[in-house]
Design a protein around this ligand. Structure first.
Ligand SMILES: NC(=O)c1ccc[n+]([C@@H]2O[C@H](COP(=O)([O-])OP(=O)(O)OC[C@H]3O[C@@H](n4cnc5c(N)ncnc54)[C@H](OP(=O)(O)O)[C@@H]3O)[C@@H](O)[C@H]2O)c1
Length: 222
């Protein structure tokens, strides 16, 4: 059994990934204790309540964990609009959750992976990592930054058998947008269970096979 951390596991894609990988030893992380407790009982696994914008909370949790084989950085928030319509707090939170938190998490788990002489980090980014419009400027920037982060660490870490996959999904059927006050119709989006199967595929690749980038879109929004 592999020990796998999934951030943003309380809802949406993260929850579907946890359900798909239920045969592994899972550690679920997010802020909503109620949702995490229910899911951890369903999957018989551990969970930690953590606001990923606070690196002290991250290091505190990592100090309670003895090993990590796979890290799935999935937690994220949506922010629509151009920078003039966004508040400083909104901009800060979007960058903190979508960019800084996965970088902190990666830094925190690398010692385990180095000790194991192998590891896998999957960074859930977005097709917005390739967008160049002001429909969601800061969200795009936060996800472009993660694409840059992936590219920056991939080659060096691969020399130590630590694989980094940038995962780039398109529009999905989750409450991501609704939570940010945007009630878009997501019914044509990808079903999270189907996306989670792609994540499983990446986790099951042979140790000497690396998937640097994985894009996935539904056929209607292609
Ligand atoms: N939905 C889409 O169309 C779409 C498309 C491309 C990429 N993505 C990306 O896919 C990932 C999953 O999104 P989703 O659609 O599944 O959204 P979701 O259903 O809203 O789930 C987001 C998760 O992130 C967690 N989270 C948010 N802020 C957090 C914080 N400060 N600390 C800890 N956890 C936090 C939430 O948990 P708590 O509230 O419990 O903290 C929740 O579990 C995100 O990175 C998103 O950007 C989504």
């Amino acid at each position: 059994m592999k020990k796998i951390i999934i951030t943003g596991a309380s809802d949406g894609l993260g929850k579907a990934i946890a359900q798909e990988l239920r045969d592994e030893e899972l550690i679920l992380i997010s802020r909503d204790e109620n949702k995490l407790k229910i899911l951890s009982e369903e999957l018989n696994c551990k969970y930690y309540v953590c606001d990923l914008t606070d690196y002290n909370q991250i290091t505190d949790i990592i100090s309670k964990i003895d090993n990590v084989d796979i890290l799935i950085n999935n937690a994220g928030v949506w922010l629509a609009g151009d920078i003039e319509s966004n508040s400083f707090d909104q901009i800060s939170n979007c960058i903190d959750v979508n960019t800084k938190a996965p970088i902190y998490m990666t830094k925190a788990v690398l010692p385990f992976m180095r000790q194991n002489n192998k590891g896998l980090i999957i960074n859930v980014c977005s097709q917005s990592s390739f967008d160049n419009d002001d429909f969601s400027t800061v969200y795009n920037a936060s996800k472009w930054a993660m694409r840059g982060f992936n590219r920056s660490i991939q080659r060096t870490l691969s020399k130590e058998n630590i694989k980094v996959t940038g995962f780039y999904p398109g529009f999905m059927q989750t409450d991501l947008f609704k939570k940010a006050g945007n009630d878009y119709d997501t019914s044509t989006g990808l079903e999270t269970q189907k996306v989670a199967k792609a994540i499983r595929f990446i986790t099951e690749c042979e140790d000497d096979v690396i998937i640097p980038e994985f894009g996935i879109k539904d056929i209607e929004n292609y």
